[in-house]
Design a protein around this ligand. Structure first.
Ligand code: HEC
Length: 105
């Protein structure tokens, strides 16, 4: 009985480790680049140099001073002419695109 239980616990621990690793928030800037060209470049410019007034210039790090967490909230909520991406981009997609934005300066 004890043996079976500890085996189950070991299985559970293995499962949690694998699941936990899958949930890791490592951001992938190259995937972020694809998302950026698809969803963001029309306003923010292919290389982060804004193409319309009132849009921050990412090549000068404008609009990128906040934490990743604050930027996720901003991108998901939108503001003025900036569309909301909640339901369009997952948290992981959003983190990937933020990692890419931070490479544009
Ligand atoms: C339709 C045009 C448009 C698109 C598309 C767009 N943005 Fe924006 N974005 C804006 C505008 C306008 C602002 C400035 C909003 C303000 O502060 O009034 C902005 C601001 C930002 C900021 C600055 C946040 C801050 O704290 O000042 C970030 C980061 C950002 N956008 C990321 C993105 C990302 C990532 C995408 C694609 C997923 C995207 N934007 C798509 C127009 C756009």
């Amino acid at each position: 009985m004890l043996k079976i239980r500890s085996f189950k616990l070991r299985l559970l621990a293995t499962f949690l480790l694998m699941f936990g690793a899958g949930l890791s928030y490592a951001a992938d800037p190259s995937k972020g680049a694809e998302i950026y060209s698809m969803h963001c470049a029309s306003c923010h410019g292919a290389s982060g140099i804004s193409v319309m007034p009132g849009v921050p210039n990412f090549s000068k790090s404008e609009g990128l001073m906040s934490s990743d967490r604050a930027l996720i909230t901003f991108i998901q909520s939108g503001k003025a002419a900036m569309p909301a991406y909640r339901g369009v981009l997952s948290n992981q997609d959003t983190l990937d695109v933020i990692a890419y934005l931070r490479t544009l300066n």
